[in-house]
Design a binder for this molecule. Structure first.
Ligand code: FES
Length: 178
C-alpha cells in the first residue's frame, strides 16, 4: 500500500482565510446528515461539499477542513473526495463555469468542435478564466446525455444539449449580463 503524505496532497493549494459557512448552509448540511445513521455522518460529505461550494463559489482549503470537522472525518479524506470529482472547484472560477463533455460519444458528435469554438470565442483554454472573471472553461466527463451531444453544463446544474456554434453564441449572449 502506498502511503500518501497529506502535506504533499495539499501542496499548491491556495492558502486563504474564509468565514465559515452560513447558518443556512449548515441547516442544509444537517438535513443531509439526517439521511444517514448517526455514526455515519461522513456519508454526507459529497452533499456537504456541494453546499459549501454553492455558498463560497469554490472550495477553499479551510472550508474543506471545516466541512470535514463538521462531519467528524479527517480533512484529507474530504479533500480526496473534492479532488476526485470534477464538479468540485479547488480554485476560484468565473461567474459562469462552462463544462464541455469531450468523452467519445460527444467527441464524435461535435464536442471537440464545440470546445474549440468556446476556447476561441472566450480567448481561454480549459481550466482558465476570462480576465473579467465571467467565464471559466472546463473539460468534463460523460454527463449521461450522449444522445444530446454535444453537451455542456452551466454552473454544474443546467444541461445544454445539441450545442451547435449558433446555440453556443446564444448561450454566451444570454450569460453576458448575468
Ligand atoms: S459522452 Fe457526452 S454526455 Fe455522454
Amino acid at each position: 500500500m502506498v502511503r500518501v503524505d497529506p502535506n504533499e496532497q495539499w501542496a499548491g493549494y491556495p492558502e486563504e482565510e474564509h468565514d465559515m459557512l452560513s447558518q443556512e448552509s449548515l441547516q442544509q448540511i444537517d438535513r443531509e446528515i439526517a439521511k444517514y445513521p448517526s455514526d455515519q455522518k461522513q456519508s454526507a460529505v459529497m452533499a456537504a461539499l456541494r453546499i459549501a461550494q454553492v455558498e463560497k463559489g469554490w472550495l477553499p482549503k479551510d472550508v474543506i477542513g471545516f466541512v470535514a470537522d463538521y462531519l467528524d472525518m479527517p480533512a484529507i479524506a474530504a479533500f480526496e473526495v473534492a479532488s476526485f470529482y470534477n464538479m468540485y472547484d479547488l480554485k476560484p472560477v468565473g461567474r459562469h463555469k462552462i463544462t464541455v463533455c469531450t468523452n467519445l460519444p460527444c467527441a464524435l458528435s461535435g464536442g471537440v468542435h464545440a470546445a474549440d469554438y468556446l476556447k476561441q470565442k472566450l480567448g481561454i483554454d480549459f481550466n482558465e478564466t476570462t480576465a473579467d472573471g465571467k467565464f471559466t472553461l472546463k473539460e468534463g466527463e460523460c454527463m449521461g446525455a450522449c444522445g444530446d451531444a454535444p453537451v455542456l453544463l452551466h454552473n454544474n446544474h443546467k444541461m445544454c444539449s445539441w450545442m451547435t456554434t449558433e446555440k453556443i453564441d446564444q448561450l454566451l449572449a444570454g450569460l453576458e449580463d448575468k
